[in-house]
Design a protein around this ligand. Sequence first.
Ligand SMILES: [Zn+2]
Ligand SMILES: [Zn+2]
Length: 265
Amino acid sequence: MDVNQIRLTIFFGVFILMLALEWFFRRHPLVDSKPRRLGINLGLTGVDIIVARLVFGTAAVGVAQFTQERGWGALNYWDLPSGVELLITVVFLDFMIYIQHVVTHMIPFFWRFHIVHHSDLDLDVSSGLRFHPVEILGSLLYKVGLILALGPTPFAVLVFEIILNGMAMFSHSNVALPLWLDRALRYVIVTPDMHRIHHSVEVNETNSNYGFNLSIWDRMLGTYIHDPKKPQPEIVIGVDAFRKPEEVGFVNLLIIPFRKIPRPF
Ligand SMILES: [Zn+2]
Ligand SMILES: [Zn+2]
């Protein structure tokens, strides 16, 4: 199997696993039609993949290869064991995308695009893939910059991408984990209950729990909320600006950022 096959296999494996788990162990009641939302979110993912490929051609892993061949980036100045390099890469990139996420909430221009992710009226495995293509391009550009500065191995970037993808599907899923397990996992990683708070319409909850993989950044930097105002199954998911399913159809999602958007907060 080549790199892309491994990646796709893990991607589909996690996607189907979470889809099945949230079907049997549902945490939050549904407001919108699941097949309709799956179609919209996967359609958006298709557009994202096409746009990203057209503009960049090479993925983040390719940039890591390019950087390493030239000996660029901080990690190429030290001779660290590969395990340590891998750990530094995963933790550093995770912290930097936490920062990126905070910025997308604070700067109105970025929020215009990020609101598409938050406009989902239910959360499930497919919400983890729901991003406007412009936000995806911005994230790619940002990641390329980070990789050029850090100089990680292509393998480390691949591991990070697989973890990030898998965790995005896990943390957005509508799975009811046993409470004790959620609490235990939450000391280290982002769980579905933790990320659902980030998708609440309550402004202070939307502006909390920004983490993707590790939950420690939110805890360390004071953006962590442990319990939402309402009990988990009663959290109102989405943003105030869009409350009706027809407002967040496929075409609308693409043009929302170019319309008048309410100020973030
Ligand atoms: Zn967000
Ligand atoms: Zn999210």
